[in-house]
Structure formats: structure tokens, C-alpha cells
Design a protein around this ligand. Structure first.
Ligand SMILES: Cc1ncc(COP(=O)(O)O)c(C=O)c1O
Length: 303
């Protein structure tokens, strides 16, 4: 079954202050962002009609733009309200939200002082296709040749479109080799994160996760740290070298899209999703109010 192209769907997209027909939400080819990656975006989840951690995401969009040197012409309250309006207008119950802000076509060249900042918010249905049992089988990651850059080289704290170039290249190589995703090390050779999610390891009964000093300190990451602490788990944020993965018994990813996704293999290292993965998958599902599409899960397990 082919997925309909993202420019040819029914629905409404919020574009610079108003809801427009999905197919009319367009930009010109001489848009600065298209040539120079002057764009920042968010990825949000709707559970039972509500956007999870909406305020944090809207604030991060504003902060990401600031880090790239442009101002979003909206307050955080206005971004929240526009997001809710878009979700309601499209009748999204369980879905994904993609806000994006970018420099327009008023100026072409490296200097973009005269460009206007544009904002769009799109949303589409995205129910859960994986039951907790299916997720507990775990995914397989390759170790990417690309590295998360030094904070002196790129705006690493921003959810900047340009930073995803290495994620797409890493993910494609991993997929072409039969893996689900890729783990990126950072510029120093330390474990960093997956292409769209943070990473945790269970080592000697404690949770260990890399210090987010050159990649996104994910909203889900922070949420899961709180959930783990509530379970009485000790959470250690530190520098983790790749060879230390040999000492980990469990491993999982966290992210808005990934939620809590157990991992069973990273290159030569293997893990067995166990009690800690299971507890955090369940705690996260309970927190977000996730409902499972049982029919879709059954279809998936049959595939
Ligand atoms: C590169 C990268 N790291 C980490 C994350 C996790 O962030 P969050 O939990 O805020 O979705 C994401 C997803 O947004 C991401 O794209």
C-alpha cells in the first residue's frame, strides 16, 4: 500500500496566520531556508486530542530560531493556540504535529538580514501500530560513520533542519544494511544519540545516558528520567564510550516519535529488553494516555 505524498492530502495547514487548504500550503523555490537550511522545526504527538508537552515544544521552536539568529513573530501562547486550532480543524485524535519556522524569499544569499520569518503547522493522524509486547522485541541500530558535531561547529541545541542532513544519511545507510536506525557518536567519539531519539542503557541496575552537551536534551528524555526516578532507579548522566555498551544489559531510545523504544542490538553489542524497558514503556504510555489500536497491532504482528 503506497503512502499518499505529503503535498497531496486532504486537510488544513496553518500557514502564516491562517488555515489554508493542504495542497495550497506552498513556498517559492527561492526560499532562503531551502538553499541555506535556515529553518527550525518541532515534532509533537497528539494523544486523545491533546498535544503532549505542547508548551515545551512551542518554547523550543522559539529558542531554536533564536539560536539560528531569527525571531519567530509569535508568542509562545500564540504558537500553542495555533497548534490547538490546527489539531481541532483536522479532527486529529492520535497524531503527529509538525510546526516549522523558516526564512523566506525576500533575500537570496548567505546574508539573510531582510528575510521575513514564516511559520506553518501541519498535523496528520498517527496511531500506535505497536503493542507494548511488539515494542519489547527491540530494534537494531548500526553505528554511523557520521558524528554529532562539536558545539563550536553547529547550533547543536537547536532543532535546526540543517542538523538532520547527517541523520538522514546515517539512517539511509543503516536501513540499506538491514538495520532499523543508526547510533551516532559525537565529535569526541562518545555515544551521543540515534537519528531522532536519545539513548539510555541499564548498567549494573542503574540507568546511564550521555550528557546532552552536543545534541538535543529531548523532552521525552527529561520525562523518562523523571519516570525512572519515580520507579526508584538511579539515573546517571555522563560521558559514555562505545566500548562500555558491552556492560549494558538493557537499552532503549526516547523521543516524541520513538516514545520509549527498546533496542536489542547496536553494531556488535546486544541487549535483552527486560523489566526496566517494560516498566518505562508502560509508565510512558500511562502518562501520555496512549490507547492501542488493537486491530492495527494484530495486522502488524501478522506481517
Ligand atoms: C536528533 C534528535 N534527538 C533527540 C530527539 C528527542 O527529542 P524529543 O524527546 O524532544 O522529541 C529528537 C526528536 O525530536 C531528535 O530529532
Amino acid at each position: 500500500m503506497s503512502v499518499p505524498s505529503f503535498d497531496d492530502r486532504d486537510g488544513l495547514i496553518w500557514h502564516d496566520g491562517k488555515l489554508v487548504d493542504w495542497r495550497d500550503a506552498k513556498v517559492h523555490v527561492l526560499t532562503h531556508a531551502l538553499h541555506y537550511a535556515s529553518a527550525v522545526f518541532e515534532g509533537e504527538r497528539v494523544y486523545a486530542g491533546n498535544v503532549f508537552k505542547l508548551r515545551e515544544h512551542s518554547q523550543r521552536l522559539i529558542d531554536s530560531a533564536k539560536e539560528l539568529g531569527f525571531e519567530i513573530p509569535m508568542t509562545v501562547e500564540e504558537i500553542d493556540a495555533a497548534t490547538i486550532e490546527t489539531v481541532k480543524a483536522n479532527n486529529i485524535v492520535d497524531g503527529y504535529v509538525r510546526p516549522i519556522a523558516w526564512r523566506g524569499s525576500e533575500q537570496m544569499g548567505v546574508s539573510a538580514q531582510q528575510t521575513k520569518t514564516h511559520v506553518a503547522i501541519a498535523t496528520w493522524p498517527w496511531p500506535s501500530y505497536f503493542s507494548p509486547e511488539a515494542r519489547l522485541r527491540g530494534i537494531r541500530l548500526a553505528i554511523s560513520d557520521w558524528r554529532r558535531p562539536d558545539p563550536r561547529t553547529a547550533p547543536v541545541k537547536s532543532k535546526a533542519a540543517g542538523l538532520y542532513m547527517i541523520c538522514t544519511m546515517s539512517k539511509h545507510k543503516a536501513e540499506n544494511e538491514g538495520y532499523d536506525d543508526a547510533l551516532l557518536l559525537d565529535w569526541r567519539g562518545q555515544v551521543a544519540e540515534a537519528t531522532g531519539a536519545n539513548i539510555f542503557f541499564l548498567m549494573n541496575g542503574d540507568l546511564h545516558t550521555p550528557t546532552p552537551d552536543c545534541f538535543l536534551d529531548g523532552i521525552t528524555r527529561r520525562t523518562v528520567i523523571e519516570l525512572a526516578k519515580k520507579r526508584g532507579l538511579k539515573v546517571v548522566e555522563r560521558k559514555i564510550m562505545p566500548e562500555e555498551m558491552a556492560d549494558a544489559t538493557e537499552c532503549f531510545l526516547t523521543g516524541t516519535a520513538a516514545e520509549v523504544t527498546p533496542v536489542r542490538e547496536i553494531g556488535p553489542y546486544s541487549f535483552t529488553p527486560g523489566d526496566v524497558c517494560k516498566a518505562l514503556v508502560e509508565d510512558y504510555d500511562a502518562l501520555v494516555g496512549r490507547t492501542h489500536d488493537k486491530a492495527a497491532s494484530a495486522r502488524h504482528s501478522a506481517a
